[in-house]
Design a protein around this ligand. Structure first.
Ligand code: PLP
Length: 432
């Protein structure tokens, strides 16, 4: 598979090059040159396939030119070595639980797949690869965990001191080995500015090979298709495909679902569930794409003012607004509604949502109310314990801490404190 840049000013590249570079030199996002198609028989037989078989068939068209089959099988196996259950909440609503991975959020799937691909490509190079990321919390944990112990790759994570949760900080700072945490005495924006300067510094990038692990990387985006196929495999009434409702921020996850659908996965409809950062729901209403600065909300992993992956969704629909509107509806959910939903679903259904899942649940419920006869799945993208500071006061109960988190809480934190000073970062990266 070749990938082209959506800005169309850069050469086509292989999966390997797209993964190593992240973004095209013209600042465009990479997009596959053709969209693979699954035939009806493959879809009909899906209940007889293992998750590994499904995942291999889904990813092979994109990656198999650059990664031999046995290696790809190993990568896929490690990527999905945790359960992804479809849990029925009531007669019309199901939860696809994507939070059983090591950092308790769905980003584990993309981060694990990408890190292992990059590790494989690093083996063929003499030079080490340095992954540089700024995080406001979740991404850093998934990236750190995904890259832990991957040979040939060093990871440097910048996070704002005192501005990530204690659990998130432990996930970033207790691994050690090839994972280096830089605790920046500043804000998330400061961290991001430092990282941007490093990527733009030609003197630095001539000395070390720098890449980002952010969510636009094709090796993070494409494997997110897996769990839509897994959910369909468990969907009982195959003659009435599910509505998928996806809590969305940067729109990578839902875009992967829509790609899966265009490649043949039966889906009734997609819902983009957003918090106050609702540029896409407003666009779907009005046809006007009007970006705004990010607004802080309770579902903070979705606080994105200008979602980078939305251009890929437009490309999937050849920029045809009516066709897109037929398949995708947007909803905006407020913080008050998020809290009320967590409380009501706990009381009425005995199911505990995290704030992102709550946005998804309520958006799906609204859509189903308008469309009697349909049933749907919302993606529960994080474990509620990750957002205990929001959830516990709402339900007035403590959430039991899962063993994977209990293990890391007593471990000592290892971070290097730095001021917001680019020269300090640069020296660190060169010497490391
Ligand atoms: C990143 C994230 C999202 C948003 O996913 P996108 O692919 O950016 O739309 C939703 N929920 C949680 C918990 C996340 O970490």
């Amino acid at each position: 598979m070749k990938f082209f840049s959506l800005n169309k000013q850069a050469p086509e590249v292989s999966f390997k090059e797209a993964t190593i570079q992240g973004q095209a030199p013209d600042k465009g996002l990479y997009f596959p040159k053709y969209l693979p198609q699954f035939d009806k028989k493959w879809i009909d037989d899906i209940t007889d396939k293992s998750n590994e078989e499904i995942a291999i068939d889904v990813i092979s068209p994109y990656a198999s030119d650059d990664i031999p089959e046995a290696e790809l099988q190993k990568i896929v196996k490690e990527t999905i070595d945790f359960p992804i259950p479809l849990v029925q909440i009531n007669d019309r609503i199901f939860s696809l639980e994507l939070f059983h991975g090591p950092t308790l959020a769905f980003k584990d799937v993309g981060a694990r797949f990408m890190s292992r691909c990059l590790g494989y490509f690093a083996k063929e190079r003499s030079e080490k690869i340095t992954v540089l990321v700024a995080t406001s919390g979740d991404t850093g944990g998934a990236v750190a965990n995904g890259f832990y112990n991957v040979e040939g790759v060093e990871v440097v994570i910048l996070y704002p001191s005192g501005k990530v949760s204690s659990v998130q900080e432990k996930q970033l700072t207790t691994l050690g080995k090839n994972i280096h945490a830089l605790e920046v005495n500043g804000s998330f924006d400061d961290c991001q500015q430092l990282v941007k300067r490093a990527f733009a510094d030609a003197q630095l990038t001539s000395k070390i090979f720098l890449t980002s692990a952010n969510s636009i990387n094709v090796a993070r985006w494409l494997p997110q298709q897996f769990y839509y196929f897994f959910a369909y495999k468990h969907w009982v009434n195959k003659s009435h495909p599910p509505v998928f409702c996806v809590p969305s921020g940067n729109f990578g996850n839902i875009c992967a679902g829509m790609l899966a659908h265009i490649s043949g996965l039966p889906v009734q409809h997609f819902i983009a569930a957003c918090n106050a950062n609702n540029v896409v729901p407003r666009f779907l209403q009005s046809g006007v794409y009007d970006v705004q600065p990010a607004i802080p909300t309770l579902s903070n992993a979705m606080d994105v003012g200008n979602p980078s992956n939305f251009v890929r969704i437009l490309e999937l629909f050849s920029h045809q607004f009516p066709q897109l509107k037929n398949v995708l509806t947007g909803f905006t959910i407020t913080d008050t509604e998020t809290r009320d939903t967590i409380r009501a679903v706990k009381e009425q259904e005995g199911y505990l949502l995290d704030p992102h899942g709550a946005v998804g649940y309520l958006a799906l419920q609204r859509y189903l109310t308008e469309h009697p006869g349909l049933k749907g799945i919302f993606l529960e993208t994080a474990h509620p314990v990750k957002f205990y500071d929001v959830v516990e006061p709402v339900i007035d109960e403590a959430i039991p801490v899962p063993p994977s988190i209990q293990q890391i809480l007593p471990l000592p934190k290892h971070s290097t404190e730095i001021e917001v000073d680019y020269d300090v970062l640069k020296e660190y990266l060169i010497k490391k």
